[in-house]
Design a protein around this ligand. Structure first.
Ligand SMILES: [Zn+2]
Length: 82
């Protein structure tokens, strides 16, 4: 198993594999700064999205999506393969 890259935005954590519970769409997430990358996106600063923005957009909301829910309602960690 390869070691996931360090977050290019904050340098504080490695990128973790998460997915949306609703449809299983997987992405890479830094849990320190909440930066998100889709699999087809290069994991650099230019390609980084914010988890809050992506979640809000998927839910058809604006602003902070975490006033009425928590991460575990929406996303979950992808278990390591093997
Ligand atoms: Zn980060």
């Amino acid at each position: 198993m390869s070691t996931p890259p360090i977050c290019p935005r904050c340098g504080q954590d490695r990128l973790h594999r998460y997915r949306f519970k609703s449809d299983g769409a997987a992405f890479s997430l830094c849990t320190e700064c909440d930066s998100l990358w889709w699999p087809q996106t290069t994991t650099d600063i230019a390609g980084a999205l914010f988890l809050d923005d992506v979640v809000a957009a998927r839910l058809g909301e604006e602003g902070n999506p975490w006033t009425t829910r928590v991460w575990a309602d929406v996303i979950e960690a992808v278990p390591d393969e093997g």
